[in-house]
Design a protein around this ligand. Structure first.
Ligand code: COA
Length: 457
């Protein structure tokens, strides 16, 4: 049998493929830009055929139709990263959430959640009968190695990517051909605050460093500040469109890496067609499973790794909260701790946590005396080194409790510094700053108050 015969013998409709799913099954599906929406739609449309089927998905960029009231008793959603379409339901108990470092997720799914069925999205087969997992290799590819039933949506829009992300058609149970554009993460305009944060982060990045950047405004602002650097490397769990121009211009050329020299290493691509077109058939970009990409020991094989991640809150001890607001799950730890640790272990490496100094349109400070009750610490204080806001850089490793608190107060928004100073005095029974330092800091408070008045007039 040729590969074409094998492929054709497995080609079915989505309705036929989902008949392989039994009541009570656990079904793991691809995430992000690689979520197999075509097959998932068939499950939703035929929900009455199923009872208590658990859908395991890390992060959806779309809706979470599994949570509609009529799905009760038919589907349960278990996610590993909260998103806009399921955050509320995780908080009110209608959606399950499993917490794990990203590099451990393949093991957690395989050995603890134990799904029987895997549903993924792949590119059409090449001339040798190999399909590519395209934008999402992460935990997705691994599930096709051990699940009893493996169903793939074959979609011509899935880019053909290189690395450990191809599989022969013989290794799948069913193929369902549905072409549809991939979900996209569009670049948003970079704010002035993010631009300032980007400048401070860029000041910590040297020529030849190997970067981890996430997605969103801050990573894009960092990218915008890297045009005077050279020979940068990229080894990242996921990236967005922000890196494409730097890669095309050769600012990121991966020349100085110790592993995968000359190649970008990713676990997933979370961008628009700009990024997907760049990674399509591009041998200089490799996608690998996340237990490899995010393994701190693997990250640390490169020298001068700089990790840049964001957060929601930092307390005066340097404890970082990135994925919860009180008892509400906002996102997940993702690969934050994996890369903070990998960068710390890397020779010459640096980890950066970057965030705007305030949230809720400036009404609350992200630097706080105590983290909000109910919030979970995402990155422990012992792991954290550089914290960056639009007001500067606080370097925390090797600092005493008092020095940490003072460094963080200095990069808090001026409006909130007097309160933080009071809290410092209560905790340590001493003044944190000299009269001269206070004069400068309170001068900045006045400046901000005047700025605000001027902006309102
Ligand atoms: N208290 C209450 N609400 C807060 C808050 C705080 N301390 N800090 C932020 N918020 C609110 C914001 O106001 C915003 O609300 P809005 O949407 O109503 O305006 C919302 O929470 C999101 O904040 P924002 O800073 O805009 O989030 P973001 O989209 O930039 O994402 C993280 C930041 C930290 C949530 C995100 O980076 C994350 O999930 N990180 C953990 C995973 C990770 O680091 N992975 C590795 C890199 S991909």
């Amino acid at each position: 049998m040729t590969w074409k015969d094998i492929y054709e013998s497995k080609l079915v409709t989505a309705e036929e493929a989902i008949k392989a799913i039994n009541n009570g099954d656990k079904v793991v599906t691809g995430m992000g830009c690689g979520e197999p929406f075509g097959i998932q739609r068939a499950l939703i449309e035929n929900y009455q055929q199923f009872e208590n089927v658990e859908i395991v998905n890390m992060l959806t960029l779309g809706d979470s139709p599994w949570l509609r009231p009529e799905m009760k008793g038919h589907f349960i959603l278990n996610c590993l990263f909260a998103s806009h379409s399921n955050r509320k339901e995780i908080s009110n108990g209608k959606c399950e959430f499993t917490t794990s470092h990203f590099y451990e997720i393949p093991d957690v799914i395989k050995n603890y959640i134990c799904p029987r069925v895997s549903i993924v999205m792949v590119s059409p087969p090449d001339e040798h009968g190999y399909v590519s997992f395209g934008t999402t290799v992460d935990y997705t590819r691994g599930t096709t190695d051990y699940c009893e039933i493996v169903i793939a949506q074959v979609n011509k829009y899935v880019p053909r990517t290189f690395g450990n992300c191809i599989k022969h058609v013989r290794d799948f149970t069913y193929f369902v051909e549905i072409d549809e554009p991939l979900p996209e993460v569009k670049g948003i305009e970079i704010s002035n605050t993010e631009m300032e944060i980007g400048k401070h982060c860029a000041s910590l990045i040297n020529d030849g460093d190997c970067l981890q950047l996430g997605i969103g405004g801050i990573p894009n602002a960092v990218c915008a500040q890297l045009w005077d650097k050279k020979d940068l490397g990229l080894h990242s769990e996921l990236v967005g469109d922000g890196v494409v121009d730097l890669l095309e211009a050769g600012i990121i050329n991966n020349k100085k890496k110790q592993t995968h020299i000359g190649r970008t290493v990713l676990g997933a691509a979370f961008g628009s067609s700009k990024l997907n077109d760049y990674i399509n058939n591009n041998p200089s970009v490799e996608l690998h499973p996340i237990d490899y990409v995010n393994n701190p020991a693997e990250i640390a094989k490169n020298n001068n790794v700089v990790s840049i991640n964001s957060c929601l809150q930092v307390d005066l001890l340097g404890q970082v909260v990135s994925d919860t607001v009180g008892l509400n799950q906002f996102s997940a730890v993702g690969g934050q701790v994996d890369f903070v640790r990998g960068a710390t272990m890397s020779k010459g490496g640096r980890s950066i946590i970057a965030m705007p100094s305030t949230a809720k349109k400036g009404l609350i400070s992200r630097i706080v005396p105590l983290i909000t009750e109910g919030s979970a610490v995402t990155t422990p204080r012992n792991d954290v080194n550089f914290v960056v806001t639009e007001f500067g850089i606080a370097q925390l490793k090797g600092k005493t409790l008092k020095e940490r608190a003072k460094a963080l107060i200095k990069i808090a928004h001026p409006t909130f510094r007097p309160h933080l100073i009071l809290e410092y005095k209560k905790r340590f029974n001493e003044e944190p700053f000299t009269r001269e330092e206070l004069k400068v800091m309170l001068g900045e408070v006045k400046e901000h108050i005047f700025d605000n008045i001027r902006n309102h007039n």
